[in-house]
Design a protein around this ligand. Structure first.
Ligand SMILES: [Zn+2]
Length: 247
């Protein structure tokens, strides 16, 4: 499987997944259609499907324009069941294939089976998608950090992260934002004795100076450097989250 990053806005990554070079792509969280259409044209590949992690605009606002660009072909849109959204949020329009916690599903043009993890915390409808070797985690898990807690509770968020922590350490982690440098500054403050954080900070600085992404990360690495994934209780998670919000 081939995964490409399509940068969008200031620091979003829209991920493009292909079975092989030249194959139709599954697009994860298209907050903006324009860079996706440009990428598809440049690669000369078709759009196979859209996969959505949660309802925020910077993950969903490109869906309609992408569907309009393929008027003769029904493009499936996999994502959260609108019923899972918080009462005051606008549910995602155009979801054709609502997904639920624990569900196994297949994506068009890809050869593997995927598993859904419901990960409430950042939003109530948030889903993560896993196939062996690959985790697409939206705004639930960032490298060295996690999303802001907009809708869920600390109990929910910590439990969501712990469910991801049980996946194999070699799993590549595809987050939706390039927040790693700022997250590592916080991780240094939270765990000043943690040498793995310091080492990773050096590597990420080098990557970013060359204009390269810090992602994907690896789950085993995150278990060493990510204070939120390392939090052993909801209370510890809540303390870290409050601290980071004002850091
Ligand atoms: Zn979000």
């Amino acid at each position: 499987m081939l995964v490409s990053a399509i940068p969008a806005f200031n620091d979003n990554y829209i991920w493009a997944i292909q079975a092989r070079v030249g194959a139709a792509a599954v697009i994860v969280d298209p907050g903006d259609a324009e860079p996706v259409l440009a990428w598809l044209a440049e690669q000369q590949v078709a759009l196979a499907a859209i996969l959505i992690t949660h309802h925020h605009w910077d993950h969903t606002d490109g869906i309609a324009a992408l569907l309009e660009a393929y008027p003769r072909q029904p493009i499936p849109v996999f994502g959260p069941d609108p019923a899972m959204a918080a009462p005051l949020t606008t549910p995602i329009a155009c979801i054709t294939d609502p997904l639920h916690d624990g569900q196994l599903f297949r994506l068009p043009e890809l050869d593997n089976q995927w598993q859904v993890f419901a990960t409430p915390g950042h939003t109530l409808d948030h889903l993560c998608f896993y196939t062996p070797g690959y985790l697409f985690c939206g705004d639930t898990l960032f490298s060295a950090g996690c999303g802001r807690m907009f809708e869920g509770t600390a109990e929910q968020f910590q439990q969501s992260l712990q469910s991801l922590a049980e996946l194999p350490a070699s799993t590549n982690v595809y987050c939706a934002h390039e927040y790693t440098e700022a997250n590592l500054r916080f991780a240094r403050a939270a765990e000043p004795e943690n040498q793995a954080v310091l080492m990773h900070q050096r590597w990420v600085k080098h990557q970013r100076q060359q204009g390269l992404s810090s992602l994907p990360s690896q789950l085993g690495k995150e278990l060493e450097i990510n204070p939120f994934l390392r939090a052993q209780s909801a209370a510890e998670f809540a303390r870290l989250r409050r601290w980071k919000d004002n850091f």
